[in-house]
Design a protein around this ligand. Structure first.
Ligand code: IPM
Ligand code: MG
Length: 371
């Protein structure tokens, strides 16, 4: 029997509750799968790590993440840590993980579950059957570019600088990820940048074009300005298959795409590193797109689906367990079809349940599907 090591980093706020449900799902899978055993370890990240250790990620937690077969991440942040130094704010723990694990490819699927089409802020016909994959570059761009600072000028005024920075190699490798994915989907990539304003956009456009030509000429490619992409996402989202874009545009566009599906509480994501040249091993971290939602934390109100679906993505992308991943996704769809809803996706005529009851209902369906 194969044994896999998972590092669970619940983090702050609703990350903790959602991860609790994931731990239950893992336990269930260990019972029903018959072919693998997942061993789990926990550690702290974000505000929780600041409270315990004074930093948002300890060296020992980072080491565990580097050694794990996959990391499942909850959420970080909250107003409690508004006053900590910028360098050790909760989000810095997540950014350090992304950077030090080399997780350059962030896959953010936006799928509209049929049962939730009416929870979208767009009309049903615009979102029903929606299936977009946003491929966000995750270790470059303005998130990490230097200089990044606030300086005081001679006249006493302050000046803030962030640096948007991309190299050929960074653009090429994320473009390849997008083309590979599109090949297994609807074979269409939109590459979003702002070449009309930004030099990094000009290079992005050039490199994506060249990579397309040499690597995946049979995949459809369209270039789109990032602002137009945002507009098209709310105008006619089903025109998209795969969208590849930089770190900052990807952050923004994926929130917009997420909301099309009815709730930010539904969307998982996968952050992948490059496969090791010798072993093929690839570091990976799976996290929901939503944040820590401190306003509803600890009240059994959070929607655990995005974190559970993130674990399903780990099965699919790291452990090659597509069948089990499908089973979890199906269990989620079934629970929604049963009419169970957490507060964030509640609609008339449905039954509102808490985090725990939602997790338990998914497990029940999972057990049935596995039987
Ligand atoms: C996300 C989040 C993060 C980001 C924050 C928490 C640093 O918004 O994963 O989309 O900006 O990347
Ligand atoms: Mg974001």
């Amino acid at each position: 029997m194969a044994t896999h090591q998972l590092l669970l980093l619940p983090g702050d706020g609703i990350g903790v509750e959602a991860m609790h449900e994931v731990a239950n799902i893992i336990e269930t899978l260990n019972k029903v799968s018959g072919k693998v055993v997942f061993e789990t370890e926990h550690d702290l990240v974000g505000g929780a790590a600041i409270d315990a250790h004074g930093v948002p990620l300890t060296e020992s937690a980072l080491k565990k993440a580097l050694n794990a077969d996959a990391v499942i991440f909850g959420a970080v942040g909250g107003s409690k840590w508004d006053d900590v130094a910028y360098e050790i704010r909760p989000e810095a723990g997540l950014l350090r993980l992304r950077k030090d694990l080399g997780l350059f490819a962030n896959l953010r699927p936006a799928i509209c579950y049929p049962a939730l089409a009416d929870a979208s802020s767009l009309k049903r016909e615009l979102v029903e059957g929606l299936d977009i994959m946003i491929v966000r570059e995750l270790t470059g761009g303005v998130y990490f570019g230097e200089p990044k600072e606030i300086v005081t000028l001679e006249n006493g005024e302050k000046r803030a600088i962030d640096t948007q920075l991309y190299t050929t190699h960074e653009i090429e490798r994320i473009a390849k990820v997008a083309f590979d994915l599109a090949g297994k989907r609807q074979n269409k990539v939109h590459s979003a940048e702002k070449r009309n304003v930004m030099k990094s956009g000009v290079l992005w456009n050039e490199v994506v074009t060249a990579t397309h030509k040499s690597y995946a000429p049979s995949v459809g490619l369209e270039h789109i300005l990032a602002d137009n992409c945002a507009m098209q996402l709310v105008r006619n989202p089903k025109q998209f298959d795969v969208i590849v874009t930089d770190n900052l545009f990807g952050d923004v566009l994926s929130d917009a795409a997420a909301m099309l599906t009815g709730s930010l509480g539904m969307l998982p994501s996968a952050s992948l590193g490059a496969p090791d040249e010798k072993t093929g091993r690839r570091l990976s971290l799976y996290e929901p797109v939503h944040g820590s939602a401190p306003d509803i934390a600890g009240q059994d109100l959070a929607n655990p689906i995005a974190t559970i679906a993130s674990f399903a993505m780990a099965l699919r992308y790291t452990f090659n367990m597509g069948q089990e991943a499908d089973m979890i996704d199906q269990a989620i769809a079934n629970v929604l079809a049963d009419g169970l809803r957490t507060a964030d996706i509640m609609q008339d005529g449905m039954t509102q349940v808490g985090t725990k009851a939602m997790g338990a209902a998914i497990i029940k369906h999972l057990e049935t599907l596995a039987a």
